[in-house]
Design a protein around this ligand. Structure first.
Ligand SMILES: Cc1cc2nc3c(=O)[nH]c(=O)nc-3n(C[C@H](O)[C@H](O)[C@H](O)COP(=O)(O)O)c2cc1C
Length: 355
């Protein structure tokens, strides 16, 4: 069975939910692994105070018994601790009594760079909050949890995935400057995967291509506006003799310009992908906008927000890449039980004599 992932949840609703399907039975999952990644997502230079309020923790409602998967859908929940201040404003049914707490007044000042304007036009909302709550990157928390599950599956066959920011030292100075100017910044993250055997993904159709799947997964993360596989855009300026990774007699390479993927298939070298994040669109010094209620020129909504979330993106991107690699590995090796998955991988690397 192919792995599947679906999620639901608003930024200030009661909880974020993910359902992961297709996991082999018997996979060990430690709650601390997931909570540690959730914590990493919340940390990082330039984040807002919300990250201190929340302290995300995972709950598992189904699919796991005594720390091992059952081979049934895994239901993951991350509660929004801040929801207690929004119970009236985010209530699923019209609440009784006087409006109280946050989110009770309609937002009519769309922020450039957010879902706000296009979202209300598309869905016919009067309150921008109806668009921004789901468009927010808050629900990446539960995707990170699913990413940790994917990493656990990959680890059984020796694959490790790690994300990091690029040029962190420069980034901190830029964040300080932006904060002082009530502005925001973006940045670049890189995800590397080691231990990936040749043969994940395929050139058979565009949907099977591992590079396409990784790009799709990374572009699916809020604020990501560019993705590179290996040397990416820089390859365009090189000669063929400079750009391609020559093959040694042991079938390995001395260089890795391709980022571990050729023709949509992993080639056994380290997988290297990069994602570019735009500057966050909620500014404490708001940009020009329109009041949707009056039609008058106005300044965009100012709501508690990060100055930068590049380190958080590194964790989210790590989870997204791990998820795609886990999908490709599950497609290749199958297995209802984790032992079948591991045995199929072992038989395959023996067949191709890969070390
Ligand atoms: C981990 C993470 C945290 C983010 N935090 C914020 C934030 O605090 N404020 C903000 O304006 N945008 C934040 N964003 C970006 C917005 O969610 C995103 O720019 C917006 O939803 C519009 O989508 P788009 O940039 O993909 O077009 C964050 C993105 C990520 C990945």
């Amino acid at each position: 069975m192919t792995l599947s992932l679906t999620s639901a949840g608003e930024s200030h609703g009661p909880a974020l939910v993910a359902i992961v399907g297709g996991l082999p039975a018997g996979l060990e999952l430690d709650r601390d692994w997931i909570d540690a990644d959730l914590k990493r997502r919340q940390e990082g230079y330039g984040r807002s105070p919300r990250q201190q309020i929340e302290q995300d923790r995972v709950e598992v409602l189904a699919g796991l018994r005594q720390g091992r998967t059952l081979g049934t859908p895994l239901a993951l929940v991350v509660r929004n601790v801040d929801h207690k201040n929004w119970t009236w404003g985010m209530a699923p049914w019209p609440p009784e009594g006087e409006p109280t707490g946050k989110g009770t007044k309609a937002v009519t000042l769309p922020r450039p760079g957010h879902a706000d304007l296009a979202g209300v036009l598309k869905y016919g909302h009067d309150d921008v909050r109806n668009a921004l709550e789901r468009a927010s990157a808050r629900h990446t928390a539960v995707h990170v949890a699913a990413g940790t599950v994917a990493k656990a599956l990959l680890r059984t066959i020796g694959i490790e995935v790690r994300g990091a920011t690029v040029a962190e030292d420069v980034l901190q100075a830029r964040i300080d400057e932006a904060r002082a100017a009530r502005d925001t910044v973006g940045g670049v993250v890189e995800v590397r995967a080691t231990g990936v055997p040749p043969g994940l993904g395929s050139y058979a159709t565009k949907d099977d291509r591992l590079d396409a799947r990784l790009a799709f997964a990374l572009m699916g993360i809020q604020a990501v506006k560019g993705v590179e596989i290996g040397d990416g855009f820089a390859l365009a300026g090189l000669l063929g003799s400079e750009a391609h990774d020559e093959i040694r007699t042991d079938r390995r390479r001395d260089t890795n310009h391709a980022g571990g993927i050729e023709a949509g298939i992993s080639n056994g070298e380290e997988i290297v992908v990069r994602a570019a994040m735009k500057p966050l669109p909620t500014l404490m010094k708001p940009l020009r906008s329109v009041d949707l209620e009056t039609g008058e020129a106005a300044q965009a909504l100012v709501e508690r927000s990060d100055v930068a979330a590049v380190e958080a993106l590194a964790v989210v991107a790590e989870g997204a890449v791990a998820w795609e690699l886990a999908c490709a590995a599950k497609d290749k090796f199958g297995g209802d039980a984790i032992a079948d998955f591991v045995a199929a991988h072992r038989a395959y690397v023996e067949r191709i004599q890969w070390r």
